[in-house]
Design a protein around this ligand. Structure first.
Ligand code: ADP
Ligand code: MG
Length: 346
């Protein structure tokens, strides 16, 4: 193994080691390396990160913690998008604006690196700024399958959705790392545990995640820049986001486990996991145009998926599945809190 690399100790969800190659690593520059999935899944994830990176703008982080609603201007970078004029150009400008807004929610990416002959995607380490990170991976959407997937894949994902909170609540916990809270024990739970949660118990999971011995669910959820605020800002974007359809993507929520106050928690929410994310025809058109204009090699997106994006049953318009999953998560968190607060009054 290259000497600047080490095992990454905070992976909570997702694939594990296969063929002797770890699923995740970290380098000595604070970057997270995710082993690329084979075939079109890996290609799709690389294409998504590259497209988003191309639209990342330098913004004032104070104004856009996690992409707050104040960053919701959809004006496009005039350097990157077409000048106003035809309806086509308006579409491109709008798509570029959406991608810029999305970039605030997506870890920075630094291309692909070969490690002992295995390709890894190099990403910003979302836990890098924390001494004792508490981490929650929650997969969004009422369904993780898509009509243009093979029948066997559709069946497999459908069964998983229906046997978990995915199909009923629009989200599923895929992994958690929590601090030693009132119970006194730091804890970890993986995707198998997440699958056992139900509508009745998922609220307890969030409550336990928020409990670091000092903070409560209310501390983590309420207030400016805290979780409900961040999720609502993302939901505002999701309500108009018509560039990508994100099946099986996750929110990664991270906070400082040793925090004594909500401000010290430095709560951050980002989107990860884009192996099943597809550009809409509108986004594909913009990306091709930009690649041609900048004489960049066209980022390879599997031809079958490109066809799907352009065909009638391909991804089109706002990603309602993702947006609805996120709305439902907000509602469940709010209800959990309301129930706790009512319980305390009695
Ligand atoms: N940029 C990142 N920074 C820190 N941890 C990450 C990052 N991306 C992913 N992870 C960690 O790796 C896990 C799996 O990542 P994910 O992209 O969902 O992979 P998979 O495709 O195997 O599901 C996440 O649950 C999280 O713990
Ligand atoms: Mg995942």
């Amino acid at each position: 193994m290259d000497c600047d690399l080490q095992p990454y100790e905070y992976q909570v969800g997702g694939h594990s080691k296969t063929d002797g190659q770890p699923a995740s690593l970290k380098d000595n520059q604070g970057r997270f390396l995710k082993r690329l999935q084979a075939g079109e899944r890996g290609d799709r994830e690389v294409a998504f990160y590259a497209a988003i990176e191309q639209h990342r703008q330098q913004v004032d982080p104070a104004a856009t913690e996690g992409g707050s609603s104040s960053s919701s201007s959809s004006s496009a970078d005039p350097g990157q998008s077409a000048a106003a004029g035809s309806a086509d150009d308006d579409d491109d400008a709008q798509a570029a604006g959406i991608m810029q807004r999305l970039a605030q929610w997506v870890p920075k990416s630094f291309g692909v690196r070969q490690v002992c002959g295995t390709p890894y995607l190099v990403l910003e380490d979302l836990t890098g700024q924390y001494r004792q990170p508490c981490i929650l991976d929650v997969k969004l959407g009422f369904r993780t399958w898509y009509p243009w997937a093979s029948d066997s894949l559709q069946q497999k994902y459908r069964a998983k959705d229906e046997s978990t909170t995915q199909a009923s609540l629009g989200f599923r916990v895929c992994g958690v790392m929590g601090a030693a809270g009132s119970s006194g024990q730091a804890w970890r739970a993986d995707r198998h545990w997440g699958k056992t949660l139900t509508a009745d118990t998922v609220g307890e999971a969030f409550t336990r995640f928020a409990d670091n011995g000092v903070l409560s669910l209310a501390d983590l959820l309420l207030g400016r820049g805290m979780l409900l605020d961040q999720l609502q800002a993302l939901a505002d974007l999701a309500a108009v986001q018509d560039c990508w359809h994100m099946y099986s993507s996750s929110l990664l929520v991270v906070y400082e486990g040793s925090a004594a106050t909500a401000a010290e928690a430095r709560l951050a929410t980002r989107l990860i996991d884009f192996a099943h994310t597809f550009p809409t025809a509108k986004a594909s058109k913009l990306l091709h145009k930009q690649q041609q204009q900048q004489q960049q090699p066209v980022i390879r997106i599997d031809a079958k998926e490109e066809q799907a994006a352009l065909s009638a049953d391909g991804p089109c318009g706002v990603d309602e599945n993702f947006a609805a999953g996120l709305r439902s998560l907000i509602q469940v968190l709010q209800q959990t809190l309301d129930q706790q607060q009512q319980g305390q009054q009695h």
